[in-house]
Design a binder for this molecule. Structure first.
Ligand code: 9UX
Length: 72
């Protein structure tokens, strides 16, 4: 079972920002594939529900100094 989270990510200004976030998200247990796009200021995360959820992704991103919310 795979869920897909689509987030808006705020505060990224260079490619190292998006790479940094992407690396951290991909390390999380339950994450199958995370990609962060600087140009569109968004993140797409495929994950296994039960291990991790959308609020965990947002928390990780905030801990890195950026902000995120579930796409409207
Ligand atoms: Mo680029 Mo992002 O020098 O926090 S890594 S601005």
């Amino acid at each position: 079972q795979t869920e897909k989270a689509e987030l808006d990510v705020m505060g990224m200004t260079c490619a190292a920002c998006s790479n940094r976030i992407e690396k951290v998200l991909n390390k999380q247990k339950g994450v199958k594939q995370a990609s962060v796009n600087l140009a569109t200021e968004s993140a797409t995360i495929e994950y296994t529900p039960g291990f991790i959820e959308e609020n965990d992704f947002i928390g990780k991103i905030q801990k890195l100094g950026y902000d995120a919310k579930v796409k409207a």
